[in-house]
Design a protein around this ligand. Sequence first.
Ligand SMILES: *[C@@H]1O[C@H](CO)[C@@H](O)[C@H](O)[C@H]1NC(C)=O
Ligand SMILES: *[C@@H]1O[C@H](CO)[C@@H](O)[C@H](O)[C@H]1NC(C)=O
Ligand SMILES: *[C@@H]1O[C@H](CO)[C@@H](O)[C@H](O)[C@H]1NC(C)=O
Ligand SMILES: *[C@@H]1O[C@H](CO)[C@@H](O)[C@H](O)[C@H]1NC(C)=O
Ligand SMILES: *[C@@H]1O[C@H](CO)[C@@H](O)[C@H](O)[C@H]1NC(C)=O
Ligand SMILES: *[C@@H]1O[C@H](CO)[C@@H](O)[C@H](O)[C@H]1NC(C)=O
Ligand SMILES: *[C@@H]1O[C@H](CO)[C@@H](O)[C@H](O)[C@H]1NC(C)=O
Ligand SMILES: *[C@@H]1O[C@H](CO)[C@@H](O)[C@H](O)[C@H]1NC(C)=O
Ligand SMILES: *[C@@H]1O[C@H](CO)[C@@H](O)[C@H](O)[C@H]1NC(C)=O
Ligand SMILES: *[C@@H]1O[C@H](CO)[C@@H](O)[C@H](O)[C@H]1NC(C)=O
Ligand SMILES: *[C@@H]1O[C@H](CO)[C@@H](O)[C@H](O)[C@H]1NC(C)=O
Ligand SMILES: *[C@@H]1O[C@H](CO)[C@@H](O)[C@H](O)[C@H]1NC(C)=O
Length: 494
Amino acid sequence: MLSRTLCASTLLSALARAAPAPQVPGYTDADFPISDVPDSIEPIPSSFGRDLQVPAIETSASSAYPRVSSDLTGQTSHGPYFGTPTATGAIMADTTLAQSISPHPPNPTATYYNAEGVLLNPALAPYVPNGGLGTNGTEPRYQVESDFDFESIALGLYQEWIELDLFNNGLAVFSESDFLAAGLTAEDRAYISFMAHQESGHATLLTNMLGEAAPVQCTYNYPYTTVREFIDFNQKLTRWGESGVWGFLAHLDSREVANLLSQSIATEARQQMSFRQMLGLHPMPVWFETGIPQSWQWTYLAPYISSCPMNQTRLAWQNFPGLIIANQPNPNRFSPNDTTPYEIVGNRTSDPSISDIPNDESCVNVNVTGYSCGPAIARNRSEPLSFPGKLVNLTWESPGMPVGPNNSYVTSTAAGAPTYVAWVAQLNLTYTPLTVTGNNTGYTYQPASEVYQGDPALNGTAFVALTDSDPYLTPFNLSMINPHVVALGVYQAG
Ligand SMILES: *[C@@H]1O[C@H](CO)[C@@H](O)[C@H](O)[C@H]1NC(C)=O
Ligand SMILES: *[C@@H]1O[C@H](CO)[C@@H](O)[C@H](O)[C@H]1NC(C)=O
Ligand SMILES: *[C@@H]1O[C@H](CO)[C@@H](O)[C@H](O)[C@H]1NC(C)=O
Ligand SMILES: *[C@@H]1O[C@H](CO)[C@@H](O)[C@H](O)[C@H]1NC(C)=O
Ligand SMILES: *[C@@H]1O[C@H](CO)[C@@H](O)[C@H](O)[C@H]1NC(C)=O
Ligand SMILES: *[C@@H]1O[C@H](CO)[C@@H](O)[C@H](O)[C@H]1NC(C)=O
Ligand SMILES: *[C@@H]1O[C@H](CO)[C@@H](O)[C@H](O)[C@H]1NC(C)=O
Ligand SMILES: *[C@@H]1O[C@H](CO)[C@@H](O)[C@H](O)[C@H]1NC(C)=O
Ligand SMILES: *[C@@H]1O[C@H](CO)[C@@H](O)[C@H](O)[C@H]1NC(C)=O
Ligand SMILES: *[C@@H]1O[C@H](CO)[C@@H](O)[C@H](O)[C@H]1NC(C)=O
Ligand SMILES: *[C@@H]1O[C@H](CO)[C@@H](O)[C@H](O)[C@H]1NC(C)=O
Ligand SMILES: *[C@@H]1O[C@H](CO)[C@@H](O)[C@H](O)[C@H]1NC(C)=O
């Protein structure tokens, strides 16, 4: 402990030396009261009678576009699929132009540089600087514009559908008192229910942008048996739901679709943060949210879909083998170091940590700053879930496993032998060497890279892949990692 403290303070002073001065000076003569603590909070209102009658007219919403699903209430059918698939594998185009995408130099027309900060080209109109897409008066068309767009939005719709079912399912299977025991009130339940309603709106939006072949709702197979596990699963599932969209959003052909999708994913980002808060995790221990390729999102999502109706539109994305963190730190423990091997409810990659641990090891009801993990706006963790340099035990599946709706997709990889562990967090991709210790087993050490000075890259719920090499990739070309991916997992760093 002592050496860690010393190490941390040395690091802090190094950062203080390196940090630039603020760009504008602070206030020196602020005359507002610095302390805002009231002398008394009495009297506290206890009767909430008739208000002032404020000016108003009678009005009502004109009839809005109907949603593709009603609000779910009560239980829906769940569980694994035991039937025989009638279709197998991702859908393929009639023609595939190459076995892989080859790198090219930057686009020759991408040369704009403005050292003076003045306008370099004729303005389109007063106050309309030259450039932009969809700014010249063309009428917007809110429809996907390519196979890439269709498959991306269809994947997003599979995600919206599971969220609609999932948020409702937790409310249906756990009682008010189950939630209270996890520190979540009837108001929190109403909030989760509201999030389910948001999903029916998102599903409607995405369905409309796709047209009649839009995927419909499926039947799911969830991993949780307690409220904490439900919340943990939600914060993981919304993490890759959100990151999957950040990964493809800027690549969409249709700017109109990207516009509306941004406005729905902003809501999903808030859901992810709220579920972290309900689990007593730091709400957002990063400066940037990361983006991942579509095939990663589909790999994470597919194992939780048991079956889809006949004629469901299928997806073109790859399913990679699963990667399990055998010593995934358990966020229900005040001492994450004490997590025992495989303290996860199952071996699907986003399975939550087991919450049913002895009371004297749990942080859920602890009332000490730095050690509590009950629901809160923000929590400090004196003992971090994970830290740079930690040995991380990995096991991974072999390819060829049936997965996803009706077990009708098959995991695959185009990569050679696993050599590196790729960590995808914030804006960064970091590799560490993999030490193989047995069949589909090995370990590595958590890396310490920073995005910018003072922002450790790996924190929160992050993504980890086994790869056969260590290509240099940045957020906009991260999908070129796919031919090198052996297996994919989710890492709970904080
Ligand atoms: C957890 O393990 C790390 C690495 O061995 C160690 O530095 C740290 O002190 C441990 N945490 C506690 C609270 O003991
Ligand atoms: C990805 O983009 C970076 C520039 O941001 C470039 O240096 C790298 O070569 C690209 N990688 C591939 C495989 O195209
Ligand atoms: C507007 O811009 C688009 C490209 O963004 C172009 O295809 C279209 O022809 C332009 N329309 C007009 C009226 O200039
Ligand atoms: C992750 O973020 C939390 C909250 O800011 C912080 O306490 C912890 O040290 C961070 N972990 C790492 C590895 O930087
Ligand atoms: C998947 O299973 C469901 C439920 O058994 C069935 O209705 C559907 O036709 C199946 N779909 C495929 C593609 O096999
Ligand atoms: C599935 O598609 C076929 C061919 O279009 C159609 O005949 C059949 O009725 C569809 N089945 C369902 C359940 O929609
Ligand atoms: C983790 O890996 C280390 C190093 O190979 C090994 O000693 C340890 O037993 C492994 N633990 C688990 C849970 O696999
Ligand atoms: C997950 O896999 C490990 C290693 O194969 C095994 O020990 C453990 O029992 C599995 N967990 C579950 C819930 O199946
Ligand atoms: C938590 O501790 C504080 C300070 O000791 C105390 O005022 C508060 O009542 C405690 N809360 C609970 C739920 O035990
Ligand atoms: C919470 O953590 C921050 C650093 O992450 C630290 O500066 C602060 O003192 C901590 N606050 C409490 C109440 O522990
Ligand atoms: C790996 O698998 C092979 C064949 O299945 C087996 O003979 C061998 O003992 C295994 N090695 C380890 C370390 O488990
Ligand atoms: C992390 O990302 C930032 C922003 O793109 C970049 O400047 C930095 O070089 C990256 N760091 C590493 C270690 O890759």
